[in-house]
Every structure is written in structure tokens, then in C-alpha cells.
Write a protein that binds this ligand. Structure first.
Ligand code: PHE
Ligand code: ZN
Ligand code: ZN
Ligand code: ZN
Length: 285
């Protein structure tokens, strides 16, 4: 879906198929005009053309890091996005995931790994998963097969949080990793926490991975969804309000965080890395 927004720039709708996204990320209206003029409502545009335009105009890029240690042919990968929407600073979305990755990467330096661990701080997620989509599109078959698992960490500390786990067995989306899903739920259970399942709806950076045969999953704490009474019984917080009342707004700042959720989830992310850095036992080759 392509449309002109109020500013006269072009936006994609989150959740559109990953092959087709458009972006206004960091491109001035003036720069965007030649692109916009070629577009009609309803057009679909391969994201790679826009990724090229964005990189030229802004220099934005994915940031990747990989352990030197561990089997370099078998990697566990995790990612969060380093960009925010233009409307706000993006501290919960996704400063939290970005910081979680940094925290885990820092601590990982003290350990030996059997499998390599690859970190990604994605660019352009908010403009249509551009960084992760581009990255996966550039993988050779050989490089694709080295990524045994991708774990997505986007929005780790929503102020009115729920512990949400992508459900691999959702009948409509029979992709993703059931093993990973169970690792998350077992951890929450062992730590006296409840969780809810959320579908793989294509709204975060796991999308290109699972569409290209790489097992994936992740956790989140909720965006613009409304918390139910039942969820209040499970997680506390306020019924009838968004999980993150500052989602994609100026107030997504340092005050917009549930620190307890961030700590719980960051420890879980560390656990996920520790588990798969040791072994992929039980995983499909
Ligand atoms: N990825 C979305 C964003 O960055 C938020 C989101 C996370 C939506 C998880 C649904 C599930 O805006
Ligand atoms: Zn967002
Ligand atoms: Zn996000
Ligand atoms: Zn620390």
C-alpha cells in the first residue's frame, strides 16, 4: 500500500509484505518529490530501490557484530532496531531492545561460545523493515544456512506491559521456531511470570528471516494494543489503555519505561543467547 501522507512524503504501512515497502526515512520533501511523483496510490515498490535512496541521503546502515569465537558456520542471531519514528525519540521502541543487545554483548565477552553469536542493530525498521529486509535479501544460500535462528527484540519495557511471545504454531503463520517459543515460556514460568501469545503479523524484523526459511521468534511487551482486564490480572497495569501510551509519539522518552520488565526481559535475552551459543540440539539443520 502506498499513499501520500500529510507532509507530502511517502510512507509504507507496517505489516505490508516485506518485499514491498516505501520509505520517507530521512529524505527531505524536496528529495522525496521525484520519488513521490512516480507513485500512485496502490503502487508497490521494491524496498531495495528505497534502501539505496535512503543510504545515499542519510548514510543510515545496519550495525552488525559477531563473536570471533564459536563455530562460524552455525550462528545464533539476534536483533533490535536502532531507528525511531520521526515523531519521537523511540526509547521504548526500540531503545530498549538496542540496549538489551549491548548489555548482552558486553557480558558475552566473559564467556566462550560453541556457536557464533551475531548481533544486529537494524536501520529503517519503522519505514518498513528496510534494514533487516535488505540484509536477508543479500544473503547467499550458504550464508542463509549459517543463521540457524533469529531472535527479535523490539519494545522490551512498555509502561503498561504484557509479556508477549510470538507463537510459532499459530495456524495462520506456521513459521517460526517452536523450540524458541518454548524457551521463552519456560523461562517466564520458572520466574513466576505470565505470558500471552502474539501472532507473527509481520510488524518487526523477524519477518524476512522466517519468510526465507530461517527459524525465528521473539518477545515484546506491547505497542498500541489495549490491555484487557484479564491481562491486568496477569501483569498488573491498567485495563483499557495501550500497553505503550506513548507508542510512536514524542513522549516515548526515558520516563516511558517499565524498568522491571526491561530487567526480566534482558535476563531472558541473555538466557536465549547463552542457550543457543552452547548448542542447537533439537533444532532443524
Ligand atoms: N515493530 C513495531 C514498531 O516498531 C511494534 C510492534 C512490536 C508491533 C511487536 C507488534 C508487535 O513500531
Ligand atoms: Zn515502532
Ligand atoms: Zn519497534
Ligand atoms: Zn551489566
Amino acid at each position: 500500500v502506498v499513499y501520500n501522507n500529510e507532509n507530502g512524503s511517502v510512507s509504507g504501512t507496517l505489516g505490508t509484505p516485506s518485499k514491498y515497502h516505501v520509505a520517507s526515512f530521512g529524505i527531505s520533501n524536496e528529495d522525496a518529490q521525484p520519488l513521490i511523483k512516480k507513485l500512485e496510490a496502490g503502487d508497490v515498490i521494491p524496498s531495495s530501490a528505497y534502501m539505496d535512496a535512503i543510504v545515499q541521503k542519510t548514510g543510515t546502515t545496519n550495525i552488525m557484530a559477531q563473536t570471533k569465537g564459536g563455530d562460524q558456520e552455525n550462528c545464533v542471531m539476534l536483533g533490535g532496531h536502532s531507528d525511531s519514528v520521526a515523531e519521537g525519540p523511540g526509547i521504548n521502541d526500540d531503545g530498549t531492545g538496542s540496549l538489551t543487545l549491548l548489555e548482552v554483548a558486553t557480558h558475552l565477552a566473559d564467556y566462550k561460545v560453541n556457536n557464533c553469536v551475531r548481533f544486529a542493530w537494524w536501520a529503517g525498521e519503522e519505514e518498513g523493515l528496510l534494514g533487516s529486509d535488505y540484509y536477508v535479501s543479500q544473503l547467499s544460500k550458504e550464508e542463509n544456512l549459517k543463521i540457524r535462528l533469529f531472535m527479535d527484540y523490539d519494545m522490551m519495557a512498555s509502561p503498561n506491559y504484557a509479556y508477549q511471545v510470538y507463537n510459532a504454531t499459530d495456524a495462520a503463520n506456521p513459521v517460526g521456531s517452536e523450540e524458541l517459543r518454548n524457551l521463552y515460556t519456560n523461562y517466564y514460568e520458572a520466574h513466576g511470570q505470565n505470558w500471552t501469545y502474539i501472532p507473527f503479523d509481520g510488524r518487526s524484523d523477524y519477518d524476512a528471516f522466517i519468510k526465507n526459511g530461517i527459524p525465528g521468534g521473539g518477545i515484546a511487551t506491547g505497542a498500541e494494543g489495549v490491555k484487557s482486564e484479564n491481562e491486568v490480572a496477569m501483569f498488573g497495569g491498567k485495563a483499557g489503555e495501550w500497553y505503550d501510551h506513548c507508542y510512536h509519539q514524542l513522549c516515548d522518552d526515558l520516563d516511558n519505561l517499565a524498568y522491571d520488565a526491561w530487567v526480566m526481559n534482558t535476563k531472558l535475552v541473555a538466557h536465549s543467547v547463552a542457550t543457543y551459543a552452547v548448542s542447537f540440539k533439537g533444532f532443524p539443520k
